[in-house]
Design a protein around this ligand. Sequence first.
Ligand code: SAH
Length: 200
Amino acid sequence: MMSGWIGAYERTPPWDIGHPQGVVIELHESGELTGRVLDVGCGTGENAIYIASKGSEVVGIDFTQRAIEIAQVKSFERNTDVEFLVGDVLELDYHFREAEFDAGLDSGLFHTLPDEERPLYVEQVARVLKPRALFFMLCFSVKQPGLTGPRRLSVREITESFQERFQINYIRDAVFESNVHDPGARGYLTSATRLALGRE
Ligand code: SAH
């Protein structure tokens, strides 16, 4: 479902806030986002660049080429060393080895996926994370009123989507900062641990 995204970064989109999401800063400060980190749907890279500036090894992937170009320029200008690449999150196995990452982050991608792509997304993300790696997902929640913007997700649909490959640690209220919601939209932050299956 690439087509809707072409042109999304010709003007600054609502989610591209020019600084990391507050919850990402909190996750770093609480020590939960460490090691080799994958940022899926990284956009123009504010979260990835922030995490890298704190000493993690970060890879950001996004299928919108313009977003990745902007991210690469920012990373260079800010003297951070993030690997940004153009690619589809539904094909992570094409880009990465199994169990390559210690942690994963999704700020605002999952809530854009159509229902039928959710199982493949979860499978692909789980695959490239190490067993027991932490995964964090920030999305709009059902508590956000109005109809504009991305889909709103419920605790139940998040749980149902992830439970096959992850243990849910928490799904908590969080602010999803944007350029059009002041001080932000009502979101959920999900923390999940990649299940270790079989002999892993
Ligand atoms: N994480 C960024 C961008 C959020 S917007 C931020 O917080 O600012 C969602 C991003 O997901 C967009 O940049 C879009 O290009 C990307 N995206 C959506 N579906 C994708 C897919 N299947 N593979 C890779 N990137 C995807």
